[in-house]
Ligand binder design. Structure first.
Ligand code: ADP
Ligand code: MG
Length: 698
């Protein structure tokens, strides 16, 4: 593809602003734009006009079908395809698409997780058009981004609460902006740029591993002699095969209007990263879902498989997703960017301390928002941020906050002295220590980077929490300041008080050390190590109050999501455990037995030649492998017992706890011994590709 054509292909498969301007009557376009820009509710009468314009555009681009594209609680996207055909009455067909079909769909909700909602409500669900995210074409199908709800209006998806949270934040941030006299601002949106990590491995090798195929990660595998210790992969030259994949991926994503910007290698061998240019949070979430889907598809085309699991390989760096987050006005101002005037800086500081307070008060929710069985392998494992929430602000901003709290002047280059609302703040350089990546939540100059997300996670959950908790703090601030008779003084007091009360969450050191774990405990910060430890706090009174007050989740929705996540944990571990048992019994033990048999044969042949022949190696190997085989055989049986006893528990909470406390440790024991066998079994005997094959063979 010639470079000149990039602007031409960019968004070519998207019914975006440009296309709408071209194809919609002026009035319709204006009404739709108002909805998109300001979240105003849509006039239903325009739906027919929009639908027929969309249909014409889709048909011109070779589409035969349309689908409501939605994001159920499975974490991936779902589609129900319908064709455009409609009988014309004379035996022929016409291609039709009505406003009604655009606005509303009725997929069968019973095949998606509903967490108890199904018992109380009908299995039917409906999807409803989200006009704030553009329709697009994928695989000759017109895809309409939609929300997904039960018939009684309970959200069954990840988009609905995300939109609600953006609205909550908009409402409260607007109150604050009014106080600072921003008359020209009409709305505020959060922005997100999610950096996506992934692994690429050879597709044939992938297919030879039952664990990868069934669970997305390796359940066995001894560490190869060479790991990532040379650190030469990061930003190293991209292999031709991977480079071709990346070019193709970029092009596919650009067509879909995804602002894919940077592609590079990551820390581990075979690991890579894609960073998009940020977008509003709703579109960023849609685009990230699309990105993950397209990555998988394009990898297949290139004879590779894209692993999005958080921890495909034990002992090798896992994959995460960095959620760069900020707040922006419709006039284009980034509210987390220190401004040019004293008033703008005071406003910046207020938003900054709102985030600090929010993260401190809702550490549990942020932790919960990234909780998944896959991510349990990363958080706290000294390669990803720890499971403890803290904020990195960098040395300079830290000093400023300290001065503010103590009412001391802050001087920079001996001239500028800072008091809230009085003097200009410096622009913060991206602190170089920020590159250590040990902080779970870092201020990076004009945005926050939430780094605890797992690579496979939908970014909706973490952003729902971020938007809501910041909305909550802004609401508290606005309630106080709106009553103020001395704004500057009260603002100053509020900022000081907030820093004082929440500075325990600020930590600029190395998050991987044991000292930090101890220090965090002293500070009273939470350390929720696993999904099962974290999830129950979702039901904490303060959290239920937060979500219901801001109309993000009803209590029923909270309960159902809790149940879905716990069940998902149990199901995931269950599949992993059963896969291990299967691989041990059907692949590993028979393979080792064959090797042992060959060694024993060699032993007796050699002894027959000469009774004094040195058969020390054969003897030792056979002995060791026989011991290990017996052990592994028993451990697989124990794992089976553990799974059976966990599975027999019907209460979903006790069930998840049993998987964590009984099954996970039994899996670890089994793996350890099976991996020991791998290191002393002939490679030609080993029944599936090894770590060396997988990560060095692309
Ligand atoms: P790096 O961290 O590699 O130096 P950047 O800081 O430029 O790169 O950006 C990292 C990610 O943060 C990108 O995806 C970028 O689009 C995103 N980002 C930059 N500014 C914002 C913002 N205001 N809101 C949300 N995301 C942003
Ligand atoms: Mg980053």
């Amino acid at each position: 593809m010639a470079t000149a054509s990039v602007p031409e292909i960019f968004g070519s498969m998207v019914f975006d602003d440009r296309t709408m301007q071209e194809r919609l009557p002026r009035e319709t376009y204006k009404a739709l734009e108002k909805t998109i820009q300001e979240g105003k509710s849509l006039d239903p009468t325009i739906a027919n006009t929009v639908a027929s314009a969309m249909r014409d555009w889709a048909l011109e681009n070779g589409c035969t079908h349309f689908t409501h594209w939605f994001q159920p609680m499975t974490g991936i996207t779902a589609e129900k395809h319908d064709s455009f055909i409609s009988p014309a009455g004379d035996g022929s067909v016409m291609m039709e698409f009505s406003g009604k079909e655009l606005v509303r769909g009725e997929p069968d909700a019973s095949s998606f997780p509903s967490g108890g909602l199904r018992a109380t409500f009908e299995a039917r669900g409906y999807t409803a058009w989200d006009p704030t995210s553009y329709a697009f074409i994928k695989d000759k199908t017109l895809c309409i981004p939609t929300i997904f709800c039960s018939y009684t209006g309970e959200a069954l998806d990840k988009k609905t609460p995300l939109l609600r949270s953006m609205e909550a934040l908009n409402k409260q941030a607007m109150r604050i902006l009014k106080l600072f006299g921003n008359e020209d601002v009409h709305s505020v949106r959060t922005t997100v740029g999610p950096e996506q990590e992934y692994f690429l491995i050879d597709r044939d090798l992938y297919n030879e591993r039952e664990d990868l195929v069934l669970t997305g990660r390796t359940l066995f595998g001894a560490r190869p002699p060479r790991g990532q210790e040379l650190e030469d992969h990061y930003f190293g030259a991209i292999k031709p095969k991977v480079a071709a994949f990346m070019r193709d991926l970029d092009e596919e994503l650009w067509k879909l209007g995804v602002l894919a910007k940077t592609e590079h290698n990551e820390v581990a061998p075979a690991q890579h990263e894609l960073a998009p240019i940020f977008n509003n949070t709703n579109m960023a979430a849609d685009h990230n879902q699309l990105t993950m889907e397209v990555m998988k598809k394009v990898a297949e085309r290139h004879g590779m498989y894209c692993l999005l699991h958080e921890k495909p390989f034990d002992g090798v760096n896992g994959s995460g997703k960095h959620n760069n987050w900020s707040i922006s006005t419709d006039t284009g101002t980034n509210l987390l960017e220190p401004g040019d005037s004293p008033m703008e800086n005071a406003q910046f500081l207020l938003f900054l301390v709102a985030v600090i307070k929010a993260v401190d008060e809702y550490q549990d929710l942020l932790r919960i928002s990234v909780a998944s069985p896959g991510n349990d392998h990363r958080l706290g494992a000294n390669e990803a941020p720890p499971a403890i929430l803290s904020i990195f602000v960098g040395d300079e901003l830290n000093e400023i906050l300290e001065c503010l709290e103590k009412g001391k002047p802050y001087s920079q280059k001996d001239k500028e002295i800072l008091k809230v609302g009085v003097h200009t703040l410096p622009r913060f350089p991206k602190d170089s220590t920020d590159r250590n990546r040990t902080s779970p939540f870092a201020f990076t100059g004009n945005k926050f980077e939430f780094r605890m997300l797992g690579s496979a996670l939908s970014i909706s959950g973490p952003n729902i929490v971020l938007n809501t908790i910041v909305a909550e703090e802004l609401e508290g601030f606005a309630d106080k300041l709106e009553k103020s008779t001395n704004f500057k003084k009260d603002l100053d007091t509020l900022v000081k008080k907030t820093i004082k009360e929440h500075k325990r969450i600020i930590f600029n050191g190395d998050g991987y050390t044991d000292e930090w774990v101890a220090e965090a405990e002293k500070r009273g910060l939470l350390n929720l190590k696993t999904t099962v430890d974290a999830m129950p706090l979702f039901l904490d009174k303060k959290n239920v109050k937060l979500f219901t007050k801001h109309r993000i989740f009803t209590e029923t929705e909270i309960n159902s999501r809790y149940e879905i996540n716990m069940e998902n944990y149990s199901k995931t571990i269950n599949i992993e455990a059963l896969t291990m048992i299967d691989m041990v019994n059907k692949q590993i033990l028979p393979a080792v037995e064959k090797y042992v048999d060959d060694l024993s044969l060699a032993f007796s042949h050699k002894k027959a030649l000469n009774p004094n022949m040195n058969c020390h190696m054969e003897y030792e190997r056979v002995t060791d492998l026989s011991e290990l085989s017996a052990k592994v055989y028993d451990e697989a049986a124990e794992l089976k017992n553990a799974v059976e006893s966990a599975a027999s528990i019907t209460d979903f909470e006790a069930n998840a706890r049993a998987y964590k406390d009984l099954v996970v440790p039994a899996m670890e024991t089994l793996r350890t011994d099976a991996d020991k066998m791998e290191t002393i079994t002939g490679v030609s005997y080993w029944p599936f590709p090894t770590y060396s094959d997988l990560i060095y063979h692309v």
